[in-house]
Design a protein around this ligand. Structure first.
Ligand code: ADP
Ligand code: MG
Ligand code: MG
Length: 889
C-alpha cells in the first residue's frame, strides 16, 4: 500500500484517505493556486499505528523518498545549517476537529540552522522568533510539557522589557528566551530538545497520530458522533513565513459571512505573525478589508482566489493564508461551517447564481438547522439592561447564571442549573464547560476564535470578543462598563444573533421562521426578512421533491389548525384520552365504577355528545384531509385518583365519621385496577374488549360527527385506529362491532361515510403477523414508541433516567432508540411488517406516529422502507417536510 501522497497526487474527494486538510491542499495545488509544496501521510498509516502501536514498516522509507523530492523541489534540505528547509507537521482528519489535534510549525530549526535562517532571511529577529515558537509548540504538543510554562516565560520576558506584545521583543530577547525554553524542555520532559531535524519531524508525526486518541479529541468525536476508528492524516508542508516583518502576515477569510450568508469580505488579518496567533487572539487582528490598504496586490489576488474557490466548491469556503514579504500563500481551505440561517440563505443564493440545483440545495441544509431557526428569540420590546456588545458568533438566545470556569459550568448544569460560561477566551480545555452551558461569552477573540468556531459547530449560542467586559476568572466575576460587578451565579442573557449582552433574564419571543409558518409573516412582503424568504423557498423545493406525506399528532382543533398552517396533510394520530379528562373525569369514573349494564350505558350516553363535539371541531379544522382517531389507549387507572391520596381521604373521613361511601367504592376500584406493569396491562384494544360499549360509543361519536359535517357540506375523512392489537382476532371483533355502528349511523343520516378502519402496529406480535392483520385493517400506523419499548423490553419512563446515560457513554447506543429509530431491530420489524401487510392488501396505507415521525434520521428510514406518511407534533412538521424532501433527492 501507498502511505504517502504528494499534494500534486491527491484531490478533494480523497478525504477518507488524506483527511480534509490534505485532500483540499491537494485540490488547491491542482487548481494552480499558490500552495507551499508538501505531502500527506494517509489515515491508513495512522490506523496501522493505532492498531499495532507501531508505524507501518514501509512508512519511513516512503516518507524519506517524498522528503527527498520536496527538498529537490525547494532546492534546500530539511534543517540544512546554512539554508534550512522548514516544514510544518499538521494533523488533519476527515472531519475538521477545531483545536483538537496538534500542529507544529518551523520543524527543521536547530541551534545551527537558526543562524542559517537568519542569514538567509537577513533578519535575526525573525529567525529566533521562529525557533522559540518551534520549541514552544514542540515542547507542548510533542513532548507534553505544560504550555503555561512557556507562556509565563514569554510574559516575563515582555515584563522585563516593559513591553506588551511579542513583536516588541528583539533578536537578543528572543535568543535568551530560546535558552530559557530549552531549559524548560530539559527539566520537564527529561530530555534535550532534539537537534536532528528528521528526528523532530518523525516525533511530530507520531505525536499527531497519538493526538487522535487524546481525551479532548475523543470527547469531541462523541459529541459530534464522529466514529473513533477513522484516524488522522498528517500533512508535511513547507513553511512560509508571516512573521518576516510588516510586509508579512497571516489571516483567515470566508468567501461569505458564515453568520448571514452575505457575500463580501469577511475575515481577520494580523501583520507580522505566524498562523496560530490569529486564532488564539493573542494580538488584535484587523478586519480583512484593511488588507487592501496594507498590501493591495496580495489582497486582489486573494479576492480572485476566493472567487475561484467558491465557484469550484460551489459553496462557502473558509481559508487560511499567509503573506511572506508580499507574496500570498494558501495554507488551507474547506467548505466552511455556517450558522443555520446562513445555510438556508447560502443554499438559495447558490441556486440563484446557477451554481447548484434545487436537489443539491436541499443537501446543503438539515432539519436540525431548521429546528434551530424555530427557537424563540429575545423580545425586542422587553425592558432590558444591555451592558455590552460583542461579536455575534453563533445565534440563539441564551439565559443562565454566569460561571467563570468549565468545572463549575459542568457541576452546576448537572444539578439542573442553566449556565452561561464566561471566559476571556476559550481553549480546548473548556470543551466540557461549553457543552454544559446554555451559551458562551468571551471578552476576547473574533469570529474565528476557538469559542466562536466550536460553538457554531455545536449549534450553541455564543457572543465573543465583548471587549468592554473585564473578566476576572480568578475571582470569578466580571466588571461591566460603568463598574457594575457580575458575580458567579448572577443571571445573564446573551444574544448570539446580535452579540448583545444583558443583565438579568430577558423574555423570549417566537422566531420569524415560526411567524412565517404561522402565517403572520409573508415572504416577499416588504418586511419579510431574507431568512424567511430562504426558508420559504427551501420548503417549496422539499415539498416538490418528497414522496412521504406529513401529518400531525393533534388532539384538538387548535393544534390541528396550527398543524395545517405548518403544512400538515392530515392528522396521523388523535389521542382520545385527552378528551376524557377535566370535567369529564367524573363521567369516566362513573363508567369505570358502573355495577350494572344500565349504569354503564348511562355514563356512555352522557359521554357520547361530548366526544362527538370534539370530533366535529377536529373534522372542521382538517376539512378535506384525513384524520386518524385512535380509540382509548391508556389503562383505566389513569383516569382514577391517586391511590395514596385516596386512601388518606378515606381514612380521614372514617376517623371523622363522615360519609365516604363513594370514596370507598372508588378506592376499591383503584385497587382492583392497579397493575404492576400497566404498560403491559389492561389497555388499548383490551379495554375495548372488556368494557362493553366503550369503543362502540367512540365509533358512534366519530360516525355521527362525520355525518354532521357532511350535512354541513363539509368533507370529513375519518380513519378509526385500534391501538395495541396483537392478533387479528382482536381486530376482527372490534371491527365487526364498529361496522355495525357505522351502518346504523349511515342508515339514520342517509349518507355514506367512507370511514376507514385500521390498526396500530406497536407490538412485536402484530408486526410478525402483519400479513394476517392486514386482512382486517385498511391501514397500519406504526406506533414506534411502544414498538421500541416492547422490542427492547424496556419501559421508556424508567430506563431513560436510570441507565441510558451509561449506555450512551459506553457507546452501546449512539443515540437513544426513542429519539432515532433503531434501524437494525425495531426498523427491520417495521420494514418486514410493511411488506407483509402490502402483500395481503396492496393498497394498505402505511404511516408512522410517535416521536420518530419528526426525527430527521428516522424520516429518511421511513422513506426508504416505503411508508406513505409520517406523523409528528405540529412544531416538528416543517422539519419532517424538509427531511422527507431531502430523503427523496
Ligand atoms: P488547525 O487545524 O488547528 O488550523 P493547521 O495545521 O491549519 O492547524 O495549522 C495551524 C496554523 O499554522 C494555521 O494558521 C496555519 O495556517 C499555519 N500553518 C500551517 N502550516 C504552515 C506552513 N507550512 N507555513 C505557514 N503557516 C502554516
Ligand atoms: Mg487550520
Ligand atoms: Mg402506543
Amino acid at each position: 500500500v501507498k502511505f504517502v501522497y504528494d499534494f500534486t497526487e491527491g484531490n478533494k474527494d480523497l478525504k477518507d484517505l488524506l483527511g480534509g486538510k490534505g485532500a483540499n491542499l491537494a485540490e488547491m495545488t491542482n487548481l494552480g493556486l499558490p500552495v507551499p509544496p508538501g505531502f500527506t501521510i494517509t489515515t491508513e498509516a495512522c490506523k496501522v499505528y493505532l492498531d499495532s502501536g507501531e508505524e507501518p514498516a514501509a512508512l519511513r522509507d516512503e516518507v524519506s523518498a517524498y522528503l527527498d523530492a520536496l527538498e529537490q523541489k525547494m532546492g534546500k534540505k530539511l534543517g540544512q545549517p546554512d539554508n534550512p528547509l522548514l516544514v510544518s507537521v499538521r494533523s488533519g482528519a476527515k472531519f475538521s476537529m477545531p483545536g483538537m489535534m496538534d500542529t507544529v510549525l518551523n520543524i527543521g530549526l536547530s541551534d545551527k540552522s537558526v543562524q542559517g535562517l537568519a542569514k538567509q532571511a537577513g533578519d535575526d529577529r525573525f529567525a529566533w522568533d521562529s525557533y522559540r515558537r518551534l520549541i514552544q509548540m514542540f515542547g507542548k504538543t510533542v513532548l507534553g510539557v505544560d504550555g503555561d510554562l512557556f507562556e509565563d516565560a514569554l510574559d516575563k520576558a515582555k515584563e522585563a522589557k516593559k513591553v506588551t506584545v511579542d513583536t516588541e521583543l528583539d533578536a537578543a530577547d528572543l535568543k535568551k528566551l530560546v535558552t530559557r525554553f530549552k531549559k524548560i524542555v530539559k527539566a520537564e520532559a527529561g530530555r534535550d530538545f532534539p537537534q536532528d531535524p528528521r528526528e523532530q519531524m518523525d516525533l511530530a508525526i507520531k505525536a499527531v497520530f497519538d493526538s487522535w486518541n487524546g481525551e479532548r479529541a475523543k470527547l469531541y468525536r462523541r459529541q459530534e458522533r464522529i466514529p473513533h476508528d477513522l484516524g488522522t492524516a498528517v500533512n508535511i508542508c513547507s513553511m512560509v513565513f508571516g512573521n518576516l516583518g510588516p510586509d508579512s502576515g497571516t489571516g483567515v477569510a470566508f468567501t461569505r459571512d458564515p453568520a448571514s450568508g452575505h457575500q463580501g469580505v469577511y475575515g481577520d488579518y494580523l501583520q507580522n505573525a505566524q498562523g496560530e496567533d490569529v486564532v488564539a487572539g493573542i494580538r488584535n487582528t484587523v478586519p480583512l478589508a484593511e488588507l487592501e490598504r496594507i498590501d493591495k496586490k496580495s489582497y486582489d489576488q486573494l479576492m480572485q482566489i476566493m472567487e475561484t474557490l467558491e465557484n469550484h466548491y460551489k459553496d462557502l469556503c473558509d481559508i487560511e493564508f499567509t503573506i511572506e514579504r508580499g507574496r500570498l500563500w494558501m495554507l488551507q481551505t474547506r467548505v466552511g461551517k455556517r450558522t443555520a440561517g446562513a445555510a438556508f440563505r447560502i443554499a438559495t443564493q447558490l441556486v440563484d447564481q446557477g451554481l447548484i440545483d434545487e436537489a443539491e440545495a436541499l443537501q446543503r441544509v438539515t432539519g436540525a438547522q431548521l429546528a434551530q431557526l424555530m427557537f424563540p428569540r429575545f423580545d425586542e420590546q422587553a425592558k432590558v439592561e444591555q451592558v455590552a456588545r460583542g461579536i455575534a458568533a453563533s445565534p440563539g438566545a441564551a439565559v443562565g447564571k454566569a460561571v467563570f470556569d468549565s468545572y463549575t459550568a459542568v457541576k452546576w448544569s448537572r444539578s439542573g442549573e442553566k449556565v452561561i460560561l464566561v471566559r476571556r477566551e476559550t481553549n480546548p480545555d473548556d470543551l466540557d464547560g461549553m457543552i454544559a452551558a446554555e451559551g458562551i461569552l468571551t471578552s476576547r477573540g473574533g469570529k474565528t476564535s476557538h469559542a466562536a468556531v466550536v460553538a457554531r459547530g455545536m449549534g450553541k449560542t455564543c457572543v465573543c470578543g465583548a471587549e468592554d467586559l473585564e473578566v476576572d476568572t480568578k475571582r470569578r466575576r466580571m466588571t461591566v462598563p460603568g463598574g457594575h460587578v457580575v458575580e458567579e451565579g448572577d443571571l445573564l442573557s446573551i444574544d448570539g444573533s446580535t452579540g448583545k449582552v444583558y443583565l438579568g433574564e430577558v423574555p423570549v419571543v417566537p422566531s420569524p421562521v415560526v411567524e412565517y409558518f404561522e402565517g403572520r409573516m409573508h415572504p416577499g412582503a416588504d418586511d419579510a426578512d431574507e431568512l424567511v424568504e430562504a426558508v420559504h423557498r427551501m420548503m417549496a423545493f422539499a415539498d416538490r421533491k418528497r414522496r412521504l406525506r406529513v401529518r400531525a399528532n393533534a388532539d384538538n382543533a387548535e393544534d390541528a389548525l396550527r398543524a395545517r398552517r405548518f403544512g400538515a396533510q392530515g392528522i396521523g394520530l388523535c389521542r382520545t384520552e385527552h378528551m376524557f379528562l377535566g370535567d369529564r373525569r367524573e363521567l369516566v369514573e362513573r363508567l369505570i365504577l358502573a355495577d350494572t349494564q344500565a349504569e354503564r350505558e348511562e355514563s356512555l350516553k352522557q359521554l357520547l355528545p361530548l366526544q362527538k363535539q370534539d370530533f366535529v371541531e377536529l373534522f372542521e379544522a382538517m376539512d378535506g384531509l384525513p384524520v386518524t382517531i385512535r380509540l382509548l389507549d391508556p389503562p383505566l387507572h389513569e383516569f382514577l385518583p391517586d391511590i395514596t391520596e385516596l386512601s388518606v381521604r378515606v381514612a380521614l373521613a372514617e376517623s371523622r365519621q363522615e360519609p365516604h361511601e363513594n370514596e370507598l367504592r372508588l378506592l376499591q376500584a383503584v385497587h382492583r385496577l392497579h397493575e404492576q406493569n400497566p404498560m403491559l396491562g389492561l389497555r388499548g384494544v383490551r379495554l375495548g374488549l372488556v368494557i362493553p360499549g366503550l369503543f362502540t360509543m367512540q365509533v358512534r361519536a366519530i360516525a355521527e360527527a362525520a355525518a354532521e359535517r357532511k350535512a354541513a357540506k363539509g368533507d370529513p375523512r375519518a380513519e378509526i385506529m385500534i391501538p395495541l392489537v396483537g392478533t387479528v382476532q382482536e381486530l376482527e371483533i372490534v371491527r365487526e362491532e364498529a361496522d355495525q355502528v357505522i351502518a346504523e349511523v349511515e342508515a339514520a343520516s342517509g349518507t355514506h361515510l367512507k370511514l376507514a378502519i385500521g390498526t396500530m402496529i406497536e407490538l412485536p406480535r402484530a408486526a410478525l403477523t402483519a400479513g394476517q392483520i392486514a386482512e382486517a385493517a385498511e391501514f397500519f400506523s406504526f406506533g414506534t414508541n411502544d414498538l421500541t419499548q416492547t422490542v427492547w423490553g424496556f419501559s421508556r419512563d424508567d430506563v431513560e433516567a436510570s441507565f441510558f446515560t451509561a449506555y450512551l457513554e459506553r457507546g452501546i447506543f449512539g443515540v437513544s432508540p426513542f429519539e432515532t429509530i433503531d434501524k437494525d431491530g425495531v426498523g427491520s420489524l417495521v420494514k418486514a411488517a410493511a411488506q407483509a401487510g402490502r402483500a395481503t392488501r396492496p393498497d394498505l396505507k402505511l404511516g408512522v406516529c410517535g416521536e420518530h415521525g419528526g426525527d430527521p434520521e428516522s424520516v429518511h428510514f421511513f422513506h426508504e422502507v416505503g411508508l406513505d406518511y409520517v406523523s409528528c407534533s405540529p412544531f416538528r412538521i416543517p422539519v419532517a417536510r424538509l427531511e422527507a424532501g431531502r430523503a427523496a433527492v
